[in-house]
Design a protein around this ligand. Structure first.
Ligand code: MLT
Length: 404
């Protein structure tokens, strides 16, 4: 008899952004006259930059000619892209990451979900609370999280690192030693960052305890302050303990195109095994790579024109972030984030819980955000707004919130 993977039955409700989508669609269907402004999921709204579109067109034409047609991509991704990443994202910052330590993929969401597969089922994970739900849910699917405590909203076998107003939304080193530590800076959902000195403490901690850090750097392009690391490999010893995930979604608008990459340095070994070779084996077996045309589009992000254009897009989103931050502060809300990240983390007013505030905001202002509780129990009482909307919509949303 066929049995199902019972770990899936342990998952809580539906995926956070699917649940939000469901509630918003119901509201919109019931109120077709209302203009709903969506500042919930962190999905970009600006069209792809001209340099990227040009590269896509050229690559499409290549695929239509016998001499330049490409079939399956190389396992790790095309060298033209991996070399560019190695030079511009790493060597230019003084980080020794080679092209053959980079694995090109269809995005950081899949990589952050799949990477746990190369680790033992008995590994103990540590996550920030609140946290991007993919890290926890994929470990639930793998049977690594134990049982769920409904009252506390916590998994028995997960080490939670609360990120609260008291610690500036930055996790403290956990009391129990984990095997895998998920970190994301600039942080989703709180928008918090850590300095290089603080990140160095995590690297030292991981090396001392034999742990591996899975470092999600998807929002790195939004860093505006000095002394905030763009990559964990800026820290000494990170090549021996860290895997880094990158996305082209947020810096270059690839949410619909799909492209990302993961770095596994060859110095990162556990039980004498190079994690690089395990991930390479997985890539070779389960994946045929991001499309050639999309990898060419990714290369264009690093061209002189491309860099200028995507930098301008990021600046436009950060203009939204400032508008949200300043507007909500002026209206008396307690807010943080939004300086080195496209997310603004606000305290819900009048002791409302975060789903209650979600419904209230949707009904009263027709604005969609993301309830903090969806990211974990320490997110309760908080709410996330994204800066990825259109400027006019962002302004209108904040004006509506001010009038509430
Ligand atoms: C978010 O809103 O948290 C992100 O857009 C989700 C994602 O990148 O998968």
């Amino acid at each position: 008899m066929v049995t199902v993977n019972e770990n899936y039955l342990k998952l809580r409700g539906s995926y956070l952004f699917s649940e939000i989508g469901r509630r918003v669609n119901t509201f919109a269907a019931e109120h077709p006259d209302k203009k709903v402004i969506r500042l919930g999921i962190g999905d970009v709204t600006q069209p792809l930059a001209p340099a990227i579109i040009k590269a896509l067109h050229e690559a499409v034409d290549e695929m239509g000619a016998a001499e330049t047609f490409r079939g399956y991509a190389p396992d790790l991704g095309y060298e033209f892209l991996r070399k560019t990443i190695s030079e511009q994202d790493y060597k230019a910052r003084g980080c020794q990451i080679e092209a053959d330590e980079i694995f090109v993929s269809d995005g950081a969401k899949s990589d952050s979900g799949n990477i746990q597969e190369i680790f033992g089922a008995d590994n103990r994970i540590a996550v920030c609370d609140p946290v991007y739900p993919v890290y926890v849910d994929t470990n639930v699917m793998a049977g690594r999280t134990g049982s769920f405590d409904e009252e506390k909203g916590l998994w028995s076998d997960v080490i939670y690192m609360p990120c609260t107003a008291q610690n500036g939304f930055a996790p403290e080193l956990p009391a129990k030693t984990p095997d895998l530590i998920y970190l994301c800076f600039p942080n989703n959902p709180t928008g918090a960052v850590v300095t290089k000195a603080v990140l160095q403490e995590w690297v030292d901690y991981a090396n001392k305890n034999g742990a591996v850090i899975i470092y999600d750097a998807a929002y790195e392009a939004y860093i505006s302050e000095d002394n905030i690391p763009h990559s964990i490999y800026e820290c000494e010893g990170a090549r021996e303990c860290a895997i880094e995930l990158h996305s082209f979604s947020k810096n270059a608008g690839f949410t619909g195109l799909r492209l990302g990459y993961t770095v596994i340095p060859k110095d990162l070994k556990r039980q004498g095994v190079m994690l690089h070779s395990l991930w390479a084996r997985r890539h070779g077996t389960k994946y045929n790579g991001a499309p050639y045309i999309v990898q060419r589009a990714g290369e264009a992000v690093y061209s002189e024109e491309g860099k200028k254009q995507v930098t301008a897009q990021v600046a436009a989103y950060m203009k939204n972030a400032s508008y949200i931050l300043d507007g909500l502060k002026a209206a008396g809300y307690t807010v943080s984030g939004g300086v080195n990240a496209p997310y603004i983390w606000m305290k819900t007013p009048d002791g409302m819980d975060s789903w209650e505030f979600f419904d209230h905001l949707l009904k009263t202002a027709n604005v969609v955000g993301t309830p903090g509780a969806g990211f974990g129990p320490s997110g309760e009482g908080y709410f996330r707004l994204t800066a990825f909307g259109k400027y006019e919509d962002t302004v209108e949303a904040i004006e509506r919130i001010k009038r509430m």
